[in-house]
Structures are given as structure tokens and as C-alpha cells.
Design a binder for this molecule. Sequence first.
Ligand SMILES: C[S@@+](CC[C@H](N)C(=O)[O-])C[C@H]1O[C@@H](n2cnc3c(N)ncnc32)[C@H](O)[C@@H]1O
Length: 215
Amino acid sequence: MIAYPIAQIATERFSRPEVPPTMSSRWADDQLHRKAKKEGYRSRAAYKFHEIQRRYHLVRRDDNVIDLGAAPGSWLQVIRSLTDGMVMGIDLNYIPPLDGVRLLTGDFSSPEITSRVHAEVPVVNVVVCDAAPKLSGNHSYDQARAIAIGEEALRFTHQLLKRGGNFVVKSFQGDMFDQLVGKVREKFLAVHLFRPNSTRKGSSEIYIIAKNYRG
Ligand SMILES: C[S@@+](CC[C@H](N)C(=O)[O-])C[C@H]1O[C@@H](n2cnc3c(N)ncnc32)[C@H](O)[C@@H]1O
């Protein structure tokens, strides 16, 4: 595996491998959870998207955005506030209704979902994917599933994303991560690795931010 120099990963704190949470990191997590509740977000994940948007300006005012693995819907809440275009969320689990957001229940990698998106959204400007597998506890298996989800999200973008469009996908540092980044680099003009401050301390979670789809 390529060890990315720290400077190449945009972050203020980055550590790996996974380490158990300390009292202070648990306290920080609880704080963020309480903040999300107070501000009306469905989960603390909202702050990760805020950080991504502040830094990379992925979503513009008139963009149509598809969110893969969107439940319970906090990224959708943030995205709805950023664009006047269409916003669609897809998840294996039911997503409670959100004003002005089209919601689909199903596997985003299935042909049925792809055709429904194709039929309903004339132009897709941005695809975001925060999907994660259900953890089995077997680290190698979970890592392989996480990478497979990233590859499925990339396939989805190949089918639907407009040339010039943007993409963000959650991944995890470990086996096959570099290969996934390589595949994204082949198809986008600019690719960055970003670890939001709101990611749990000790997690190997990292976002691949890809701008300007080559088509
Ligand atoms: C961390 S949660 C997403 C949180 C979301 N970004 C938010 O802000 O509320 C990950 C989600 O990915 C979903 N997921 C995983 N694989 C999926 C797939 N193939 N198709 C659709 N959803 C999937 C899971 O059901 C889970 O709800």
C-alpha cells in the first residue's frame, strides 16, 4: 500500500490504524451528537458534508445531486440547503420524508435503481456517497466490502454523471484503497483525499473528493 504523505491528505488530525476511543474523543463525539440534535440534523454526519463543501465547493446553486447511502438523511438536509436543483437520496433502508427531496429505497448498484434515476433526473451534476457496509467484525472482510461499495459508486457515476460533474465517496485506508483512488484519478481532472475533523478520532475513514468528470 502506498503511504500517502501527510501533506497529501487534507486534514488537521489524522491517525491510523483504528484505535479505541479515549474519554476525550468520546466526549467530542457526544458534543457533536448533541450539536446535531440541537440544530435539527438527523445525524452528526451533517458536519462532515459541511466541511467537504466549505473546502471543495462540490455543489453549486443549480446542481442536481444524487446521494448514495443517504439514510437517515443528514447529508440530504445540508445538500437541500445548497442547491435549488433536484436532490435525490437512495438507501437500502427507509429514509423518513424530507421536504423537496426525492427518496428511493433500494441498492444503488442495482440496474432498477440506475434506470429510475436515469428516468427521473435529466442531468446529474454531483454524486455523493457516504455508504458503508454493515460491519461484520472481520476487518479484512469489512475493508473489502467498503472498497467494493466505493467501486460500485464509481460505476454509478460512469453511468449517470454529466461531464464536468463532481463526485465524493467515503472510503477507508487499508487494502485496495490506493487502487480505488487510482481508478477515480483516471476519470476526474482533480482528486483530493480529505479527512473531516468531524470524523471519529481513530477511524480510518477518508473521503475521496473528485472534481471535473472527464466523461
Ligand atoms: C453512514 S450511513 C450514511 C449517513 C448519511 N450520509 C447521513 O448523513 O445521514 C451509511 C448508509 O449506507 C447505506 N448503504 C450501504 N450500502 C448501500 C447500497 N448498496 N445501496 C444503498 N445504500 C447503501 C446503509 O444502509 C447506511 O444507511
